[in-house]
Design a protein around this ligand. Structure first.
Ligand code: PLP
Length: 375
């Protein structure tokens, strides 16, 4: 069933096809501008710009923070996106451990990982956790280190009435298919800082900057979003609050099904501002973990052991990284990250998809509950 946003998207798409203006070179795309302006307004920031993916936006964030060869970027070890963004800037990703309650980068671990070569810290808002910049700024104590929030899984996450993202130097989002708001593929970068914004636009458009001659262009890739995707984003932005609210309602109902399962601890506890991109819990008992891991082997929606992709069973921490980059391989070898290593095989996470009905989510949770009853 098409919602209000999708009907608007169809109208926009028809109009784009009639005008035959599908590209967005040199910030010329009408819908790219609409999507970015709408997103900036939603987040109360002066600057936003679209990207072809969340990964491209994250790389542009590092580029705009002047991260380059041999600089160090502190990241958590769960997901590959932040370390790979550093690798693409030819920088060194340095892994620091996470907090056991939320699985978000630990400020104390960041403090231990900082060196004179640290240029940026990427805080990933895992599963939709509302992250804030203040604890990291405190431990950095005025060091010239940029704070980047990867909010790909955390659309409209908030803490104490403040959205997660705008208090960082720069924050990025993804509109890939599984995310709250999908344009198929796509990304967004927001920042309060004009210089960061202008640099990010340069990276996405072959180094283009208004008024600058081609001969002066230094660096840039092709990370632009096409107009039809920006039109879908513009239209769906109207439903952003409703989409996130739906994720929250589904997550609350899912938690209720396993509320009396003492071997599960819900990660992040889904406080009201959590964006609930996915439902996740720590399995506290080894027999239960082993049982669930066998039972849910190869499943897509209900997985044990994060982060594993569809068919791989119990992928270890760092299991989804390409081994090809020597700097990355060395850092993986050096990483201690005992909290993340310990919890990875004991994480069960269950997909939330606002397009599916509540009953199918609850049936996943009943399977989980029944499986635990049998241990
Ligand atoms: C936390 C996180 N960061 C970055 C990305 C990359 O986004 P994209 O797939 O749009 O490149 C994703 C997922 O796709 C993600 O979950």
């Amino acid at each position: 069933v098409l919602n209000e946003g999708d009907v608007a998207a169809l109208e926009h798409l028809a109009e784009i096809l009639i005008r035959d203006k599908l590209g967005a070179k040199h910030e010329s795309g009408y819908y790219n501008q609409c999507f970015a302006k709408g997103f900036a307004a939603l987040y109360g920031v002066p600057f936003a710009t679209t990207f072809s993916s969340g990964s491209a936006a994250l790389e542009a964030a590092l580029f705009a923070c002047d991260v380059g060869p041999h600089d160090e970027v502190i990241v958590d070890p769960f997901l590959k996106y932040a370390p790979l963004a550093a690798v693409r800037r030819r920088a060194v990703p340095v892994f620091a451990d996470v907090l056991p309650e939320t699985l978000v980068l630990s400020p104390e671990a960041v403090a231990r990982a900082v060196t004179p070569r640290t240029k940026a810290v990427i805080v990933t808002a895992l599963f939709g956790q509302p992250v804030t910049a203040a604890p990291y700024r405190t431990v950095l104590g005025g060091a010239p280190v940029r704070l980047v929030a990867d909010c790909a899984q955390a659309l409209l996450a908030e803490r104490a009435g403040s959205l997660a993202g705008p208090d960082f130097d720069v924050a990025t989002f993804s509109f890939q298919e599984s995310k709250h708001l999908s344009t198929g593929e796509g990304g967004m970068l927001i920042t309060p800082d004009r210089a960061i914004f202008e640099r990010a636009v340069e990276l996405k458009d072959f180094g283009w900057r208004p008024g600058r001659a081609d001969a002066e262009v230094t660096e840039g890739w092709m990370y632009r979003m096409a107009e039809p995707l920006a039109a879908i984003g513009t239209a769906r932005l109207r439903s952003a609050n409703a989409l996130v609210t739906r994720h929250r309602e589904i997550a609350a109902a899912m938690t209720e099904v396993v509320a009396d399962c003492e071997v599960l601890r819900v990660v992040g506890a889904f406080e009201s501002g959590h964006a609930c991109w996915t439902w996740a819990a720590e399995i506290l008992n080894e027999a239960a973990r082993a049982h669930l891991a066998v039972l849910f082997r190869g499943e897509d929606r209900l997985q044990v052991g994060y982060c594993r992709a569809g068919l791989n069973y119990e992928r270890p921490l760092f299991g989804s990284y390409p081994a090809s980059d020597p700097a990355l391989a060395t850092q993986i070898e050096r990483a201690t990250c005992s909290v993340a290593k310990d919890i990875t095989p004991r994480l069960v996470h269950v997909r939330i998809d606002a397009r599916r009905d509540l009953a199918s989510h609850l049936s996943d949770m009943h399977r989980l509950r029944n499986a635990l009853a049998g241990v």
